[in-house]
Write a protein that binds this ligand. Structure first.
Ligand SMILES: [Zn+2]
Length: 230
C-alpha cells in the first residue's frame, strides 16, 4: 500500500511538467491526439512499437543509421527494465523514445488507480534510463477513451496515433512496403513493430523506397517542430 501511495505522489509530482511551456508557432493548433502532421515538407516519422527487443533493436538501429534515417521508439517500460542498454542505444543513435506504458495493458479497461500506477511506474523507468520524461505517449493497442485521455494529458504533450498502419506483423515485406509507398504523404506517421520478426527484412526495402520518393525520416519531435516549439 505504501508503494502505491509513493507512486501516486510521483505521479502528482510529474503531472504538471508540461503544462506551461507550449508555444504555438503556426496555426492551426494540432489536436491532442495526432494522426498526421500537416506540412508541405517531405518529412515522415517511422514509429516502432513494443520494444526494446533483445534480438531486433540493435539491428533496426544499424539499418536506420546506414540510411541516415531517424525513428521514434514507443517502448514498453517493463521491457526497458530488462534491457536498459537498448534504451540507451536508441537515444545514442539520435532517435526518440516515447512511452508505450509499463505493462502494455489496454488503458480503457483499467480502473483509474491502476492506470495511474502504470503511468507512474513507466515514467519512473524512463526517467531513470534516459534522464528525462518522454514527451509523447502511444496507448497500448492504440486504445484510448475519454477517461484515459484526461489522465494522459497531465503527463504528455501529445498522444501519438498514426497515419499509416501497414499491418507489418501479418503482411509480407513487399506488401508492407507497397502499402506504405501508395499511402505516403508529407507529415505521415507510420506504425511499425520492433517485435515483428520480418522487420529486419522489411525496413531496408521501406527506407529505400521512401528515400527514392524524396522523403526524409525524422523523429516525432522534429516533425512537430513544423508546428510547435517548446
Ligand atoms: Zn503496442
Amino acid at each position: 500500500m505504501q508503494i502505491r501511495a509513493l507512486l501516486l505522489l510521483f505521479v502528482v509530482f510529474t503531472g504538471s511538467v508540461f503544462a506551461n511551456n507550449l508555444i504555438v508557432k503556426n496555426a492551426p493548433v494540432l489536436p491532442y491526439t495526432i494522426n498526421l502532421v500537416p506540412t508541405n515538407k517531405k518529412l515522415v516519422a517511422l514509429t516502432f512499437d513494443d520494444g526494446p527487443h533483445v534480438k531486433h533493436t540493435k539491428k533496426i538501429l544499424k539499418i536506420l543509421k546506414k540510411n541516415k534515417a531517424k525513428g521514434t521508439f514507443f517502448l514498453i517500460a517493463n521491457q526497458c527494465e530488462k534491457h536498459p542498454e537498448l534504451t540507451r542505444s536508441i537515444l545514442k543513435g539520435g532517435h526518440e523514445v516515447g512511452n508505450h506504458s509499463y505493462a502494455h495493458l489496454p488503458y480503457p479497461k483499467l480502473n483509474k488507480s491502476d492506470r495511474l500506477i502504470d503511468i507512474a511506474q513507466s515514467q519512473k523507468v524512463f526517467k531513470s534510463q534516459t534522464g528525462t520524461f518522454p514527451r509523447y505517449f502511444r496507448a497500448p493497442y492504440g486504445k484510448m477513451n475519454k477517461e484515459s485521455k484526461s489522465v494522459i494529458k497531465r503527463f504528455f504533450k501529445h498522444h501519438i496515433s498514426w497515419t499509416i498502419d501497414p499491418k507489418d506483423w501479418e503482411e509480407k515485406k513487399e506488401n508492407v512496403t507497397e502499402y506504405i509507398s501508395q499511402n505516403i504523404q508529407p507529415g505521415a506517421i507510420i506504425l511499425l513493430h520492433e517485435t515483428n520478426k520480418d522487420m529486419l527484412k522489411t525496413l531496408p526495402l521501406l527506407v529505400t523506397e521512401l528515400k527514392s520518393q524524396g522523403y526524409s525520416m525524422v523523429t516525432i519531435s522534429k516533425l512537430l517542430e513544423e508546428y510547435e516549439t517548446y
